[in-house]
Write a protein that binds this ligand. Structure first.
Ligand SMILES: Nc1ncnc2c1ncn2[C@@H]1O[C@H](COP(=O)(O)OP(=O)(O)OP(=O)(O)O)[C@@H](O)[C@H]1O
Ligand SMILES: [Mg+2]
Length: 222
């Protein structure tokens, strides 16, 4: 049987992602100060604090995977100002609409979910690869996961290659010129700086590899 990820693991992933964003707020602030308006840290920290609060509310559990992703999306859209809130919100909202078994996903369903999210994000933001945005981390990661799935790799391997691809994509944003968002106003002066949104997006795949790549423990079987 294909290895499965539980609702509880997905929830734990999003909570660990929130922990990461909150702990690294200053790094995002510093990156956005160089090529934007220095608010990506505060935007993401504020949004993910709300997400974490909501996901940890014992009186209001998300009953299934679609509800979990919808909740994250709606929280980000309502709590985060700037471009990133609606963009991440759209990513999770679209991911919520992809087919799943309610409380479990296998690698194929996870890859499809992330593909739905990526396509939604690109439709919304009209950004393509090499525009120096979060797409530069997310798209290679989704493609790497799809390739791993197609070649019959395990879930852990698929998550590891997705993380690696996201990291390379994030690092590649240093070398390219921004064509979207505020950083694009700088033209060639945006070259030499890592994109803040690609950085926060990389952490999504870094934390996924940590939480979803290891077997579900009894406490997170969802
Ligand atoms: N059209 C877009 N599509 C995808 N990602 C985008 C787009 N525009 C900006 N971004 C991402 O959003 C990040 C900036 O998010 P932030 O929270 O700082 O919002 P913001 O200051 O309103 O953004 P901006 O002014 O750059 O549009 C960028 O680093 C980039 O990765
Ligand atoms: Mg900004």
């Amino acid at each position: 049987m294909a290895q499965e990820i539980t609702l509880g693991q997905l929830r734990n992933w999003l909570i660990l992602y929130a922990d990461r964003v909150i702990a690294k707020e200053e790094e995002l602030t510093r990156l956005d100060a160089a090529i934007g308006d220095a608010d990506h840290g505060v935007n993401m920290r504020r949004g993910m604090e709300k997400v974490r609060e909501r996901l940890q509310d014992p009186n209001n559990p998300c009953p299934d995977i679609s509800a979990l992703f919808r909740t994250v999306a709606m929280t980000l859209i309502s709590a985060v100002g700037g471009a990133a809130g609606p963009l991440y919100g759209t990513f999770f909202l679209r991911a919520a609409t992809s087919p799943n078994d309610g409380t479990h996903v296998d690698l194929a369903q996870l890859a499809r979910m992330l593909r739905f999210g990526l396509d939604g994000l690109k439709q919304r933001g009209k950004a393509h690869i090499d525009d120096k945005t979060m797409v530069d981390a997310i798209q290679p990661a989704v493609e790497a996961m799809e390739a791993a799935l197609a070649s019959g790799q395990s879930l852990a391997v698929a998550l590891a290659v997705a993380q690696q691809a996201a990291r390379l994509g994030m690092e590649h944003t240093i070398d390219i010129r921004a064509n979207k968002g505020r950083a694009s106003y700088l033209g060639d002066r945006s070259i030499g700086h890592q994109d803040p949104g690609a950085t926060s997006a990389y952490w999504l795949f870094e934390t996924a590899a940590i939480v979803l790549g290891s077997p579900a423990s009894p406490s997170n079987t969802g």
